[in-house]
Design a protein around this ligand. Structure first.
Ligand SMILES: *[C@@H]1O[C@H](CO)[C@@H](O)[C@H](O)[C@H]1NC(C)=O
Length: 732
């Protein structure tokens, strides 16, 4: 510190000595420092000071200055702080007097204390805090606290500085009272997201030398404003999910962030799909962004999903993103076997590779899970051939034989290649239909049988039996006698075989009678054919188409109706065809009188048939007549039988020709008269029958006529073959 001494001496008068001296010293000088050489400055000798007992006189209580008489100087008794002594007063001085005795004198002394820059500007607080919204507009003003400097003048506060200056600048206003108001002004917008806390240093400087300064920290907290939207971390998320995943499975998590703070950054997630069913299948956790399953995922229905997600903060700002979900297949579908077309029956002579069934396979899964292989059970004469993918033909691959296997249960099994594999199967039942590929086989290759001579016609000799491995019609065996002859006579004239049963009889195909018609035309117009137009029992008789022979076609039995009426029609081959009919009444009876009665009926029937109207009128009479006739017949039969049984043994004549009474005298003559009568009778059970005729005790002998056409017996009473020379029957 420089010491400055200012010396002012003023001599007012010599005899009453008044002197005034001024010194100027800076404040804060060390104790004992020299203030001024008073002896020299007042012109007083040291002796005088001592003799005059010079001393300082002051009204102030504090004495900063002391007088050293021996040296004649003023010394600093205490350190002087100008600011304490004078506060803000610019001029600061100590005033006192030096008093002497013998003679009394006094001198005024002024010691001016000059300011030194010993005080820095200071702020009351060392920190100021502000909370400023980031939305504060530029130009906004914020009043700062002033600093204080106790020094005066140049040493007083001169200026302020604010650092850094990127957001705020300082504005200082000089007040009328000399004080300065300090403000900081926002010159660039704040952004909390960039800098939430800003620290500034306000420095106040004085003008002293050296310059002193004081600082204050300004702490600014930038308050958030919802000026940032949420932002998803990705605009498109991708993930996969396997089908059939359980509900609650977390598929993906989407994340959005918001640079704002607090509620402005609180994000809520939501799904915005509306048209599709995404919201039935997925949900998003509003807080965490976890997307999870709430529905069932079926690969076969939907292979992809696109979820549109929205993130919104509480200020209403939003962002959106897509979540693309690929569904992964799981082998959850069995192959489906569809029968497109199938035969239930296949002929046993079907060619190889005959398609039996067409099958279509479908597996809804994809990839390996949907690849299907099919096969059938083993040891089957069939194979599966694939035509195009997923189409199979079941074809025959070896020969079929109904006689070996008439039915196949073919199980088609289809499996996919998934892990684990799923399969399904279907069983097809295929019938093998018969083909007549087996000949009948006789049980034995030769049969031997004995028969007594003069056997009764129609006697059953024995039964041959042949079997056929085929089925139904194809296995139905008919027995036919082969054409062969014994001693020039066709064997068929001796025996016959029942086509159905294989029973060999000595009788069937018995010639009942023969009808002959004549046509006077010639050629085609005279080509006649005979047909059975009506018959009581069509299964019993047949008419030879060309020859008009009426023959039995099966055994006559007890069950057959006694009275058989046949209507034979004969047609020529002309254009137009002309025809004629004839009615043949056949009585099937055990005995002759029975036949007689039957023929009585026939006669009446015939009469009435001629005139239908008349018949109707007389119907009642006929019925009555028939009744009476029957009564008569029954009685006469009874009587006749009673008489016969007493005379003859019971007759079983196979066929009893009926002769009108006028021919009864032919009995025993051995010839039959040719009569114009178509009435014929036969007995039932002709196998057991013998020919018996009226005369008591006589017995008929049947003689085979070698010239006959294969029937053992025939009785002909034919209108047109009157002149046939040989009678087939001789009655002895
Ligand atoms: C085929 O299956 C049916 C029904 O199960 C059965 O009745 C029949 O005997 C089977 N046929 C063969 C040849 O196995």
């Amino acid at each position: 510190m420089n010491r400055q001494v200012l010396l002012f001496i003023s001599l007012l008068s010599l005899d009453s000595v008044f002197g005034q001296v001024s010194y100027s010293i800076p404040e804060e000088m060390a104790k004992g420092s020299l203030v001024g050489n008073i002896a020299q400055d007042l012109g007083l000798e040291i002796k005088r000071l001592i003799s005059g007992k010079a001393k300082i006189y002051t009204r102030d209580s504090d004495e900063y200055i002391e007088l050293n008489r021996e040296r004649g100087v003023l010394l600093l008794k205490e350190r002087i702080d100008r600011e304490a002594l004078c506060t803000e007063t610019a001029l600061c001085a100590l005033h006192f007097q030096i008093i002497l005795e013998n003679p009394m004198e006094f001198y005024s002394v002024t010691v001016q204390i000059t300011d030194i820059n010993d005080n820095a500007p200071t702020f009351e607080k060392n920190e100021m805090k502000f909370k400023i919204s980031e939305s504060a507009i530029t130009g906004a003003k914020f009043v700062l606290e002033r600093a204080v400097d106790l020094d005066v003048g140049i040493n007083d506060l001169q200026n302020y500085e604010l650092k850094p200056t990127d957001h705020f600048v300082l504005k200082v206003h000089n007040n009328a009272n000399g004080n300065k108001n300090v403000e900081m002004v926002l010159q660039k917008p704040l952004d909390r997201e960039k800098q939430e806390h800003i620290s500034l240093v306000l420095t106040a400087v004085d003008g002293g030398e050296p310059q002193m300064s004081g600082t204050m920290l300004i702490v600014i907290t930038v308050l958030d404003v919802n000026d940032n939207t949420p932002v998803f971390t990705q605009s498109t998320y991708k993930t996969t999910v396997t089908e059939n995943s359980p509900k609650g499975t977390v598929v993906a998590t989407v994340t959005a962030s918001d640079a704002d703070q607090g509620s402005n950054s609180k994000i809520t997630y939501s799904i915005t799909n509306t048209l599709d069913n995404v919201r039935k299948v997925f949900e998003v956790n509003a807080e965490t962004g976890e997307v999870s399953l709430v529905g069932h995922i079926d690969f076969e229905r939907s292979r992809h999903f696109q979820i549109n997600l929205l993130a919104s903060d509480e200020g209403g700002l939003t962002d959106s993103c897509k979540l693309i979900i690929d569904v992964q297949d799981v082998n959850d579908n069995k192959p489906e076997i569809n029968i497109m077309s199938k035969s239930n029956v296949i002929s046993e002579d079907a060619k190889l590779n005959t398609v039996v069934t067409m099958i279509n396979i479908e597996d809804k899964d994809s990839g390996e899970n949907g690849k299907v292989q099919c096969f059938i059970n083993e040891n089957m004469p069939f194979t599966l051939k694939t035509t195009t993918i997923n189409f199979y033909n079941l074809v025959t691959d070896s020969d079929l034989d109904r006689e070996r296997a008439s039915e196949y249960n073919i199980t088609v099994t289809c499996s996919d290649e998934g892990v684990p594999s799923l399969s399904s199967s279907v069983t097809l039942t295929l019938q093998i239909s018969d083909v007549n590929d087996n000949s009948p086989v006789f049980e034995r290759s030769s049969y031997e049988a004995y028969i007594v001579e003069n056997n009764t016609p129609g006697l059953s000799i024995f039964t041959v039996k042949a079997r056929d491995a085929d089925w139904n019609q194809n296995a139905r065996v008919s027995y036919i006698l082969e054409d062969s002859s014994v001693n020039g006579v066709p064997v068929s004239s001796y025996v016959s075989v029942s086509a159905d049963s294989g029973v060999i009889h000595a009788d069937v195909g018995y010639l009942v009678t023969k009808v002959v018609a004549v046509d006077v035309d010639s050629g085609q117009n005279a080509w006649l054919s005979y047909k059975l137009q009506k018959a009581t029992d069509r299964a019993l008789f047949e008419v030879g188409l060309q020859n008009g022979e009426i023959r039995t076609i099966r055994q006559v039995t007890d069950k057959d109706v006694v009275k058989q009426r046949l209507t034979v029609i004969v047609e020529d081959n002309g254009q137009p065809s002309r025809s004629a009919t004839v009615i043949v009444n056949v009585a099937v009876a055990d005995s002759f009188p029975e036949v007689l009665s039957e023929f009585t009926d026939f006669t009446h029937d015939k009469e009435y048939n001629d005139n239908l109207t008349f018949y109707l009128v007389l119907a009642l009479a006929v019925v009555s007549f028939l009744f009476i006739t029957c009564l008569v017949v029954i009685i006469s039969v009874k009587i006749y039988r009673w008489r016969q049984s007493r005379i003859l043994y019971h007759s079983n004549l196979p066929v009893i020709p009926y002769y009108p009474p006028r021919y009864s005298d032919t009995l025993g003559t051995g010839t039959l008269q040719h009569v114009y009568n178509y009435e014929v009778c036969r007995t039932t059970d002709s196998r057991k029958s013998d020919c018996k005729f009226g005369r008591a005790g006589s017995q008929n002998v049947l003689i085979m006529d070698p010239s006959s056409t294969g029937t053992m017996q025939r009785i002909q009473n034919e209108k047109s073959i009157l002149d046939e020379p040989d009678s087939p029957i001789e009655v002895s």
